[in-house]
Each structure stands twice: as structure tokens, then as C-alpha cells.
Design a protein around this ligand. Structure first.
Ligand code: DOR
Ligand code: ZN
Length: 341
């Protein structure tokens, strides 16, 4: 098979940033229909009014169909969340454990403090997206996702069985098992976690453009993720977590977390699905399972991916005074998005 036509994919987890960076990166997601847009700006998107204003800036920057999220804080007003959702301003709320990742300082320290807002979301059908890592200093960074399942997610699920959950960017077999054991819970998987493992990041030199959070795990976890993504199972779908940082912030003595994959995410994904002999299931993962989880229709139009010469993508994109380096898997990728004109 050297050509694949699928319903237009959506990106169920995307960082677009703001200002000049937003203007640089928004066009890079043009092959996607909709995207769940993360709220971890500085300062974060915490109210319905913040989300409305940010949505307007995203659309003005060239991404037409953003699905906005609110950043959950211990001060979040339940009524504001429910109203913003009812008005169609937001599609989900994002939980960042405080300190878990980029711009998460305003996140949640004590889950007890957000019980009222979680109860209101459960009653009103507002989905919760989760950054699934604990931040306790004694927990090894490679174990933070598994610890989150036991310490936070299992009790949360028991307390709010009707709350719609998406466990974002799953990276371990533990998370895949947990999701399968909890029907109705969705899980996004990134392109970099399908393409790479921690050896790719660390063996023979440290590669900052492979560093993201949750951090890449060992190859056995990567294999489980690849099987889950290519299985067609409805609970798993694409969220690129494309997370641009200025090149100087990545190539630094303390490098920022995030892989910038938006420009070539779909060719990279096709590479993975072809290698797994599962191109016929890429549409489920990229275009069908996500909308079904969120109760939305799949996109009406299609895109075509074609296999040919090695994809010639730039090392970085530049403009608006910004430079962002692309995630490079380190081997040729032969798939191209050939949009219907
Ligand atoms: O690697 C990451 N980068 N993981 C996150 O959770 C946040 C993201 C960012 O905003 O840069
Ligand atoms: Zn993210």
C-alpha cells in the first residue's frame, strides 16, 4: 500500500502557545481538522473569558477549529467551568499536578481542593484531561506515571465514576492496562512515544529534542504503546502533544520538555503504522476514535498520505523572531501528506 486516504485527523492534545510563537506554529497543524488546545500559557488559561480570548487569538493566527481547555487550579470556580462548557467556549478542563511539567506551577497540589469543581464537571458532562504523573520528589521520574495511576487516578475514578476522563500522553504498559480496565476512559498517545524510547534519547549522547514529559520509557513500554495505537481499540487516539520551545531553550544546559512534531506528525505516524502492518487502522487512531470519545462527529473531508521519496523536512522553522527545531526520528520517513487540493 503506497497511498492512504482517511478522514481528516484531529489532534487531541496540542500546545500552540501565544504571541509570536503562536503565529509561527499555528500553520504547522494545518493538516488537522480540530485540536484540543492546551491551556498552560503564562499566565494560564483559567477562566471562560480567558479561553474565549485565547480562542480568538488562535483563530487569528491561522488555526480555524481549536477546542479550548481550562487549566484547573485550586481556585477554579465550578460555575464558570460549567457555563463556559455550556456556551461551547471550552471542551475540556486540564489537570496538571503542580510542578509536573512546563508552566504547571499553578496546578493542583491537593486533589481534595478541586472536589467541588470535579463534582460539577461530572454532573454537567465536562471532560477532564489529565497529565498523569505524580511529582513527589521520592518518586523516580520513570515511575511517575505508574504512581499516578495508583495514587491519584484510581481514587479519582472511584470518587467520580461519571466524570469523562482522558489520560493524556500515556507512556507505559501500566497506563495502557489501566485504561483497558476502565471502559469509557480515553487515552492519547504521542508520535514521539510511538517512534522512540529512552535509548533513542540517551544512548550515545543526550538528545534534547527527544526530551518531553512524561519522559520516554524503555523499549518494552514503547512496544505496548505501538500495539495499543495500531490495535484500532476505541479508547486510544492521537494527541501529538506537539510542544514547541525556542531552539535555545531546548539546546541548553537545562533543557525544556517538549517535542515539536506538528509539521510532520502525520508522515511519522504513517511510518509507525506501516511498520506495524496496520495502515488500515491508522484512520481509527487518528480520525475516528477521538471524536467518538468526545461525542463529536468525525470530520467530513479526507486527506491522502502517499509513500515516495524520503520526506525532506526542515531542521527548524523560523519566523516572527522565533526558531523551533523539529523532532527528527533519525531515520528516513517516506510518507507525505498530499492534501486533496
Ligand atoms: O513535554 C512536555 N511539554 N510535556 C508537557 O506536559 C508539557 C509540554 C509543554 O508545554 O512544553
Ligand atoms: Zn502537553
Amino acid at each position: 500500500m503506497d497511498s492512504l486516504t482517511i478522514r481528516r485527523p484531529d489532534d487531541w492534545h496540542l500546545h500552540l502557545r501565544d504571541g509570536e510563537m503562536l503565529r509561527l506554529v499555528a500553520p504547522a497543524s494545518r493538516h488537522f481538522g480540530r485540536a484540543i488546545v492546551m491551556p498552560n500559557l503564562v499566565p494560564p488559561v483559567v477562566t471562560g473569558d480567558d479561553a474565549r480570548a485565547y480562542r480568538d487569538r488562535v483563530i487569528a493566527a491561522g488555526f480555524a477549529k481549536p477546542l479550548m481547555t481550562l487549566y484547573l487550579t485550586e481556585g477554579t470556580d465550578p460555575d464558570d467551568v460549567v457555563r463556559a462548557h455550556a456556551d461551547g467556549v471550552i471542551h475540556a478542563v486540564k489537570l496538571y499536578p503542580a510542578g509536573a511539567t512546563t508552566n504547571s506551577a499553578s496546578g493542583v497540589r491537593d486533589m481534595g481542593r478541586v472536589r467541588p469543581v470535579l463534582a460539577a464537571m461530572e454532573a454537567a458532562g465536562v471532560p477532564l484531561c489529565l497529565h498523569g504523573e505524580v511529582t513527589a520528589a521520592e518518586v523516580d521520574i520513570f515511575d511517575r506515571e505508574a504512581a499516578f495511576l495508583d495514587r491519584v487516578l484510581t481514587p479519582l475514578r472511584a470518587a467520580h465514576p461519571g466524570l469523562k476522563l482522558t489520560l493524556e500522553h500515556v507512556t507505559t504498559s501500566d497506563a495502557v492496562d489501566w485504561v483497558r480496565a476502565h471502559p469509557g476512559v480515553g487515552a492519547t498517545i504521542t508520535v514521539q512515544h510511538l517512534m522512540a524510547n529512552r535509548n533513542d534519547m540517551l544512548a550515545g549522547g543526550m538528545r534534547p529534542h527527544f526530551y518531553c514529559l512524561p519522559i520516554l520509557k524503555r523499549d518494552t513500554h514503547q512496544a505496548v504503546l505501538r500495539r495499543a495505537a495500531t490495535s484500532g481499540e476505541a479508547q486510544f487516539f492521537l494527541g501529538t502533544d506537539s510542544a514547541p520551545h525556542p531552539t535555545h531553550a531546548k539546546e541548553a544546559s537545562c533543557c525544556a520538555a517538549g517535542c515539536f512534531t506538528a509539521p510532520h506528525a502525520l508522515p511519522l505516524l504513517a511510518h509507525v503504522f506501516e511498520a506495524e502492518g496496520a495502515l488500515d487502522r491508522m484512520e481509527a487512531f487518528a480520525s475516528l476514535n477521538g471524536p467518538a470519545h468526545y461525542g463529536l462527529p468525525a470530520n467530513d473531508d479526507t486527506i491522502t498520505l502517499t509513500k515516495g521519496e524520503p520526506l525532506d523536512f526542515p531542521e527548524r522553522i523560523e519566523g516572527h523572531g522565533q526558531s523551533v527545531t523539529l523532532f527528527d526520528p533519525g531515520h528516513p520517513v517516506h510518507w507525505h501528506v498530499t492534501e486533496p487540493a
